[in-house]
Design a protein around this ligand. Structure first.
Ligand SMILES: [Zn+2]
Length: 440
């Protein structure tokens, strides 16, 4: 049974513990590339390997289409995972143990579950003699958890011909959300951008024993932090959010509040905490002051503070617009602050595409009474590199009813990450069915 094959492969990927802590010498995804090469190779499939830095390997396998004009599809899963704090877990985080129908371990939902089910689907298609018109590509990619530098970003820039496809499917989405009109399955058609900023706040050094009327950079910086925290960017109701709210069939008073640019901010206070954070992030540019370094010694009045602010931008926003918001937040302190920003804008794919239609047909069969809704990813995925290169990229997979959106959200980079075996089987069926529907 392919559900069992997916489960087995997922357990081994978890046990490989390709932990990416952001350092180039971490990750060691080569272990999972070896595993996947062996797995696909045992069915007679050829694979290509790319290793831009020692150990940071990615693997590509292809089923060439018969018609060079036909559109291609890429199934992409990352093999790296984020670090764990084992103290917070109730089981060993890299065991891959199965308990009560759930596979436990770091990466179970982000996203080794998908990496495994895509590999099984790809191998099964190849073995069953699948000869599509359009090319099918499988990519097990390194370094997603640290900006994709040695993974998707590198491959799109340096090995475009090997990995580029017209359509891309990767994490996440596809959890079953009940509505009065039936199950809705979110497809991540867009993701927010980042505008990470380093703020340097100056002062005048002096002796700590005479602080009266001094120009202390830590004191100024604390006011800068307070202003950024208090800043209320305008609510923006964009297309993806509107289509999501309409598709969810919320009661009219909730839908009304969710689509009201004037009233939404106040309505957030009434929502459960996790929900209010997500709704806020989907409808606002967000500013989070997260790192601060300043001062050198207890008896020295500090003349420099460095503050790092995690800014997340909405589809369509330019760097100039975001910079103007930051200046607005700082007010009359703006000229006391030097700002260095790295703009990585939001990316978006349209909803009216053959990929969307194909997903809709297939999921309608696999999850009875379901329909798709577009959704905005508030974090980042490797889809952004492919969208910028011209692909239509969606975040999607399928999950059973045993895994709610709330479970899923808390396990992402959290403790006690696990996935049920039924979800693995559903996703495996999804990839096979979409490849056949779209490429044949
Ligand atoms: Zn991920």
């Amino acid at each position: 049974m392919l559900e069992d094959e997916t489960t087995d492969l997922l357990q081994q990927l978890i046990q490989n513990a390709c932990v990416n802590d952001g350092r180039v010498e971490s990750g060691a995804e080569i272990r999972s590339v070896d595993l996947l090469q062996q797995y696909l190779g045992s069915a007679g499939l050829d694979v290509e390997r790319y290793e831009p830095r020692p150990g940071r390997a990615s693997l590509v396998a292809r089923i060439e289409g018969s018609d060079p004009e036909a559109k291609s599809l890429l199934l992409m899963g990352h093999t790296d995972v984020v670090p764990v704090n084992a103290d917070g877990w109730s089981r060993e985080p890299f065991s891959g143990d199965i308990v009560d129908g759930f596979v436990w371990g770091r990466g179970a939902v982000d996203m080794l579950n998908i990496t495994a089910s895509q590999a099984v689907a790809f191998r099964n298609l190849a073995q069953s003699g699948f000869r599509p018109k359009g090319t099918l590509i499988y990519l097990a990619v390194a370094d997603e958890e640290a900006l994709g530098t040695w993974g998707a970003k590198y491959l799109v820039e340096h090995e475009r011909d090997a990995v580029y496809a017209d359509y891309v499917l990767t994490e996440s989405g596809g959890y079953q959300m009940p509505t009065p009109e039936g199950i809705r399955l979110p497809v991540l058609t867009a993701e927010k951008g980042t505008f990470w900023s380093k703020l340097r706040i100056g002062g005048t050094p002096g002796h700590g024993s005479q602080p009266f009327r001094t120009d202390n950079a830590v004191v100024t910086a604390s006011e800068v932090v307070r202003r950024i925290h208090a800043y209320r960017p305008q609510t923006q109701i964009q297309d993806v959010w509107r289509q999501f709210v309409e598709g969810m069939h919320y009661p009219p008073e909730i839908a009304g509040a969710f689509l009201d640019p004037e009233g939404l901010h106040d309505a957030l206070a009434e929502l459960p905490l996790g929900m209010s954070r997500l709704v806020h992030a989907c409808t606002h540019t967000t500013f989070s002051p997260n790192v601060m370094h300043g001062g050198t010694k207890t008896n020295v009045i500090p003349d420099t503070v460095e503050l790092e602010v995690d800014i997340r931008t909405l589809p369509g926003q330019t760097g100039e617009e975001v910079r103007a918001m930051l200046d607005d937040a700082l007010g009359d302190l703006a000229d006391r602050v030097e700002i260095e920003s790295n703009n990585d804008p939001s990316t978006e794919s349209p909803v009216d595409t053959p990929l969307w239609d194909s997903l809709a047909r297939v999921t309608g069969r696999l999850v009875e009474g379901s329909a798709l809704v577009p959704f905005l990813m508030v974090g980042g995925t490797d889809n952004r590199f492919f969208r910028r290169a011209g692909s239509v990229g969606y975040g999607f997979a399928l999950f059973s009813r045993r895994l709610s959106f709330e479970d899923y959200a808390t396990m992402f980079h959290g403790n006690d990450e696990r996935v049920d075996v039924e979800s693995l089987g559903l996703s495996e069926e999804l990839w096979e069915a979409v490849a056949r529907d779209l490429l044949e």
